[in-house]
Design a protein around this ligand. Structure first.
Ligand code: HEC
Length: 101
């Protein structure tokens, strides 16, 4: 009986973690490789690309900016091609990585 409960608890923990995936910094780092040409490898921004510093920005702000660019709410024709194929989860992963730069 006790074993049944322990098994049930551990199974529900496993499924909770796998269904709601947390932000994945390693995935974010991989996705960030296309952003480096404009924002720099440490997210410091590049004057010649008019690209602002994004390193250390709050993760929620990065994720919501990316969503706003994708939806067209914020206009950014230079960046759009690089983010239009990305998902909400990709934005969360990118935000987790960039906020720690
Ligand atoms: C072709 C150059 C280019 C590329 C590639 C690019 N960006 Fe940008 N990014 C810009 C420019 C220019 C802006 C400023 C736009 C504006 O005026 O709001 C910007 C703005 C941003 C902002 C908003 C900053 C703020 O303070 O509001 C974020 C976040 C961002 N970029 C993240 C990314 C991420 C993540 C990637 C890679 C998936 C990326 N960018 C790829 C040029 C680029």
């Amino acid at each position: 009986m006790r074993i049944d409960i322990a098994l049930w608890v551990s199974l529900s923990l496993v499924s909770a973690f796998s269904s709601v995936r947390a932000q994945d910094m390693a995935k974010g780092e991989k996705l960030y490789q296309t952003c480096i040409q404009c924002h720099g490898d440490k997210g410091m921004g590049l004057v010649e690309k008019n690209a602002p510093r994004i390193a250390g920005q709050f993760d929620w702000y990065i994720a919501s900016s990316l969503a706003a660019f994708k939806s067209g709410e914020r206009k950014n024709p230079d960046m759009l091609p690089y983010i239009k194929g990305l998902s909400q989860q990709d934005f969360a992963d990118l935000a987790a990585y960039i906020s720690k730069l």
